[in-house]
Write a protein that binds this ligand. Structure first.
Ligand SMILES: *[C@@H]1O[C@H](CO)[C@@H](O)[C@H](O)[C@H]1NC(C)=O
Ligand SMILES: *[C@@H]1O[C@H](CO)[C@@H](O)[C@H](O)[C@H]1NC(C)=O
Length: 182
């Protein structure tokens, strides 16, 4: 058991070895509403969904201990659903881990770059049969400036993601149902 935990931690450290989070990451400033306006992901199971994904909305609620709750809205074939994730802070500010119930494993999140008022680039790792990396671009509004999109694409390519894995999805329609901020 201890061995397994140690190995998981070692893997996570290796994964993080060449990725640094946003300098002086500030969770309070990161709080609030974000739209996921870009995704780069080359997991084979995700490929069929690439053309179907929508720019969904999420909210980050910081907790006093440095952890955060993420509520993410997703337009699915079964309607608009909200999912909650509990992000636990790692030792380095800007890095979190969370338990993915869907994949039954701990994943890790790094906020690679954000200026809080406009955009954030977030890197997600999982170690499965092989290690998949996902890069997401978050923005405070649905209209992102082309420079920011370009920055995101450059970063995704630099992480070894193929060009065709980079998706800039259209806005979700009526999701969340009340549609605040749309
Ligand atoms: C964070 O999520 C936990 C578990 O769902 C919940 O108990 C807690 O009230 C949430 N806190 C905030 C500030 O949203
Ligand atoms: C955040 O980035 C946007 C776009 O690059 C820029 O217009 C804005 O001034 C930046 N805000 C801060 C606080 O740096």
């Amino acid at each position: 058991m201890t061995m397994t935990v140690a190995m998981v931690m070692l893997c996570m450290m290796m994964v993080h070895a060449n990725v640094k989070p946003q300098k002086d990451f500030n969770l309070q400033k990161f709080a609030g509403k974000w739209y996921r306006v870009g995704v780069a992901y080359d997991s084979p199971s995700f490929v069929p969904f690439r053309s179907k994904i929508k720019a969904s909305m999420g909210t980050i609620a910081p907790l006093p201990n440095g952890n955060a709750n993420l509520t993410m809205w997703e337009a699915t074939p079964f309607g608009c659903v909200s999912k909650k994730y509990q992000y636990e802070r790692a030792s380095v500010p800007g890095q979190f881990t969370y338990f993915s119930a869907r994949h039954n494993m701990v994943k890790d999140i790094t906020v690679v770059e954000t200026n809080y008022t406009d955009y954030a680039m977030v890197l997600k790792h999982k170690v499965f049969n092989r290690e998949y990396t996902q890069v997401a671009l978050y923005a405070r509004t649905l209209s992102v400036r082309p420079e920011v999109v370009q920055k995101f694409k450059t970063f995704a390519l630099s992480r070894g993601l193929p060009r065709e894995s980079i998706v800039i999805p259209p806005p979700a329609e009526n999701c969340p149902p009340s549609g605040p901020g749309r």
